[in-house]
Design a binder for this molecule. Sequence first.
Ligand SMILES: Nc1ncnc2c1ncn2[C@@H]1O[C@H](COP(=O)(O)OP(=O)(O)OP(=O)(O)O)[C@@H](O)[C@H]1O
Ligand SMILES: [Mg+2]
Length: 253
Amino acid sequence: MTRIFALCNNKGGVTKTTTTVNLGYGLARAGKRVLVIDTDAQSNSTYSLLGTLDQEVTLFDVLINGARISDAIMPSSQNGLYLVPSSINLSAADLLMASAAGRELKLTRALKQVSDFDYVLIDTPPNLGVLTVNAFMACTDVIIPIALTTYALIGISILETTMQELRENLDVPLPIFGVVANLDDHTRLSTDVLSAVREHFGELLFDSVIPRNIKVEEAHNQIACLFDYAPTSTGAVAYNKLVKEVIERAEGH
Ligand SMILES: Nc1ncnc2c1ncn2[C@@H]1O[C@H](COP(=O)(O)OP(=O)(O)OP(=O)(O)O)[C@@H](O)[C@H]1O
Ligand SMILES: [Mg+2]
């Protein structure tokens, strides 16, 4: 069975994209077949994986124009890692899809056409609009990335309320698979926020806490795979550990 993770947090800049991309690389390098779906009009994961933003068929065409998702899937430079690219016109999706029948289920339907992946990772925008709701409906589990900065937990109640409403109204299980704490700079503040996150989420918090590490940002900006670009960096080591934890939680080994 394909495990479909939606990486969601309505707060901006909390490392949804970075975690999606590095999990994608890490899982693919562990021999898994991985599909990243970029549902954010900012197209950051598309750029990070492909280095360009001029794809002929994008998620917009799949969701709005009825294109086949298989026609949108692009290979990345990493063996086993594929991408459904985003594009800037996806920023109009909320408006364009507002009156479409079954608008919450467009991505679910599209994903029914793909079966040959072990993991699908859905990167989402920093809001709870129709694209994030599509990600919630299409996923088997949610991964919540959290930045260990001030206010980290404030937006979480909105996220949790939205997820609870979907569970009740649209009849989806929507379990939280795990919570990734990121941007740890070992200050008093991040240590305090980490304690609060651990208290709130308990066992759901992954043991691997990702440090703030310039190599992570550099790899992302240079369209490079962190595990090749800076394999011994604190960021790569922490992400490697996270990949192992994800596989262990998902597959039980
Ligand atoms: N471990 C890290 N160390 C240093 N910088 C990081 C780390 N992880 C992410 N960043 C940087 O933090 C910024 C925000 O990360 P990212 O774009 O992944 O967040 P996001 O949640 O996807 O943002 P948005 O809500 O805008 O989509 C980026 O510039 C990224 O390169
Ligand atoms: Mg992002």
